[in-house]
Design a protein around this ligand. Structure first.
Ligand SMILES: [Zn+2]
Length: 245
């Protein structure tokens, strides 16, 4: 069986002396693992194209045991993301997070579009801002948007002493708030509500103070780790080195 689809290369592993194993996020069929034959041979046509972030039109042969690439036409190589260590680290995290959210044989066009927009914005946008927007919109697209407009337990309005509670999936009012919540200010609440109400590009237009960015970064990471059941992101270990200074 053959599959012609747009896809983004999200992970690259060694397979054999000459071949690489690629994880693809395909537009048509979600997560697909393919062999890139001869990709380690500098002379092969595919070696220049088999790079992380590469977005292209793929012709795939889908075998019973293995899938392989017949041909690949690059649409966007995202070369600048591989040339800058900080962009590479953030970009790798976006791919890792995507890989934790997609499955085989299930297309997710909204997340596909979000990842493309995010990789494109990473060329020039503030990476921490981009990280929290991507995390929020990714959770939204896979059906885990946090509840930020009313209490996640009793549905009362959120007025004062608001808590963000992971297990309840969002904000708790002052009556329902409990010690397991992270307390958040009205300002943080308004930012989260803005994220929920607006699209990617509108959110990326606003300026958010670094203090708020850091706080939201912590909240959203705890939130997504809990719902994706994953907190050991390899790319983050490297990113945390940048945070030290
Ligand atoms: Zn409540």
């Amino acid at each position: 069986m053959y599959l012609k689809t747009k896809a983004i290369i999200t992970k690259i592993r060694d397979f054999s002396e000459n071949d690489l194993l690629l994880e693809l996020f395909t537009l048509e069929s979600g997560k697909v693992t393919v062999i890139a034959k001869g990709a380690k041979n500098a002379k092969s046509r595919i070696s220049g194209a088999a790079n992380l972030f590469v977005y292209g039109e793929f012709d795939l042969y889908m075998g019973k045991k293995w899938n392989r690439i017949n041909s690949l036409e690059i649409i966007e190589s995202f070369y600048p993301l591989r040339e800058d260590i900080e962009k590479l680290s953030y970009g790798s995290y976006f791919l890792e997070l995507t890989n934790a959210s997609i499955v085989k044989n299930k297309s997710d066009q909204e997340l596909f579009a979000l990842l493309l927009k995010t990789l494109d914005a990473l060329k020039s946008a503030d990476p921490l801002m981009l990280k929290i927007v991507f995390e929020f919109k990714l959770m939204e697209s896979i059906g885990f948007i946090p509840r930020v407009f009313e209490c996640a337990k009793c549905s009362s309005p959120l007025e004062k002493n608001i808590g963000f509670n992971i297990e309840y999936g969002g904000c708790l009012c002052h009556r329902c708030n409990n010690p397991k919540s992270m307390n958040i200010s009205i300002k943080i609440l308004k930012i989260l509500q803005y994220f929920a109400n607006n699209d990617f590009y509108d959110i990326m237009e606003i300026d958010i103070h670094i203090t708020f960015l850091k706080k939201i970064d912590i909240i959203l990471f705890k939130y997504l780790s809990y719902y994706l059941e994953k907190n050991n992101f390899k790319s983050l270990k490297f990113l945390n080195l940048f945070k030290e200074d």
